[in-house]
Design a protein around this ligand. Structure first.
Ligand SMILES: Cc1ncc(COP(=O)(O)O)c(C=O)c1O
Length: 380
């Protein structure tokens, strides 16, 4: 079966009792047992729920992995992956991760004696150089949020394997339509399902996929013990979103490429960051490991912060909003919104200026998005 067919259909079969094509929502907390010690595979929804299980299996299939474990948000997923570690462990992390991830690592997990080293993972030599005897995990985001840095996953996979270090990838921006990190040696692939996977700004959720049964068992144990689980209705909405994932991603990508070129040619634009542009320093790796570049673009205007702010205030079709990956185009000011908790000097050190604008290109007609940017750029 071709990948796009697999994405539309998943493993979901019509419901055997009614023929319903869309699986039912099992909106229940608990399940009646037939007798003591005998259930039908479900006893309490914190441990397992049929709608959640359908979504977990669907996402595992699309990602090309064996097991999926769902959580109530992308952040709860990251947290659960890190709970695979123990106090005293050391983690090497991409320097340009989503601001909520670095906030979690630096302001919560470091209180539990986990130590983090941030490196520019575009240069994999930086990862190798940061390895210590107590390094237990390499955590890569690719493309990163918001600078869209690209990491060579095959090279990192080899390093992780040779040092016996867990290798986790946050693949939220790429989606399994364009990138499947398990193929490059990742042990864990996570997504904020809030973004492209559910795709319609309708829920908060997360998933981690693995081929390793030992990691699956540990993550299931964390899931049922900590209880940061998504509700059945959110899982069902995610299933509906997944059915159109491939067509949505192709359109995000098509629009993304056109808008990145449009911005690059605009006299008021200082620089455009998009992995599909030849000017991106890691374009060759993106081309090799991804089959599309997705719909996320970051750029800076020649007028810096003031012009960037004006642009974000003048857009009409593009929504000024915190999130990404939905059908609507959304524009964000990372320094004051998604990455507000990242210290300014850290941001500037990694080339993330106050004036950086992040655009999540939606699936509207591309000429309408460009006209909107054009009228806002004129005033900016
Ligand atoms: C790359 C990335 N990972 C993780 C998250 C966290 O996901 P959530 O907002 O679903 O908790 C985000 C949120 O923006 C993100 O951009």
């Amino acid at each position: 079966m071709k990948r796009d067919t697999k994405i539309v259909r998943g493993q979901v079969q019509p419901d055997p009792t009614t023929g319903a094509i869309i699986p039912p929502i099992y909106q229940t907390a608990t399940y009646a047992l037939e007798e003591v010690g005998k259930d039908k595979g479900f006893d309490y929804t914190r441990s397992a729920n049929p709608t959640r299980q359908t979504m977990e299996e669907y996402l595992a299939l699309i990602e090309g992995g064996q097991f999926g474990v769902a959580f109530s948000s992308g952040m709860a997923t990251v947290d659960s992956c890190l709970k695979l570690l123990k106090s005293g462990d050391h983690i090497i992390c991409s320097d340009d991760v989503y601001g909520g991830v670095s906030r979690h690592f630096n302001q919560i997990l470091n209180n539990y004696n986990l130590e983090f080293t941030y490196v520019d993972s575009q240069n994999v030599a930086n990862i190798e150089a940061a390895i210590k005897p107590k390094t237990k995990m390499i955590w890569i985001e690719t493309p990163t949020n918001p600078l869209l840095k690209i990491t060579d996953l095959e090279a990192v996979g080899k390093i992780a394997k040779s040092h016996n270090i867990l290798f986790g990838v946050d693949s939220t921006f790429a989606t399994p339509v364009f990138l499947r990190p398990l193929e490059f040696g990742a042990d864990l692939v996570m997504h904020s399902t809030t973004k492209y996977l559910s795709g319609h700004n309708q829920l908060i959720g997360g998933i981690v996929i693995t081929d390793r049964e030992d990691l699956f068992d540990s993550l299931k144990f964390i899931q049922k013990t900590v209880g940061a689980v998504p509700g059945p209705f959110d899982c069902w909405l995610t299933i509906l979103g997944l059915k159109t994932l491939d067509v949505r991603m192709q359109k995000h990508n098509e629009n993304g490429i056109q808008i990145a070129h449009y911005l690059e040619g605009h006299p008021k634009v200082e620089r455009v960051i998009y992995p599909g542009l030849e000017s991106h320093p890691m374009h060759h790796i993106a081309q090799e490991q991804m089959s599309g570049y997705s719909g996320m673009i970051s750029f800076e205007l020649k007028g810096g912060l003031e012009s960037g702010k004006a642009l974000m205030n003048y857009v009409e079709l593009c929504l000024l909003a915190e999130s990404l990956g939905a059908v609507e185009s959304m524009i964000t000011h990372p320094a004051t919104m998604t990455h507000a908790d990242v210290p300014r000097e850290d941001r500037l050190a990694r080339g993330f200026s106050d004036g950086l604008v992040r655009l999540s290109v939606g699936i509207e007609n591309v000429t309408d998005i460009i006209s909107d940017l054009e009228q806002a750029l004129e005033k900016a």
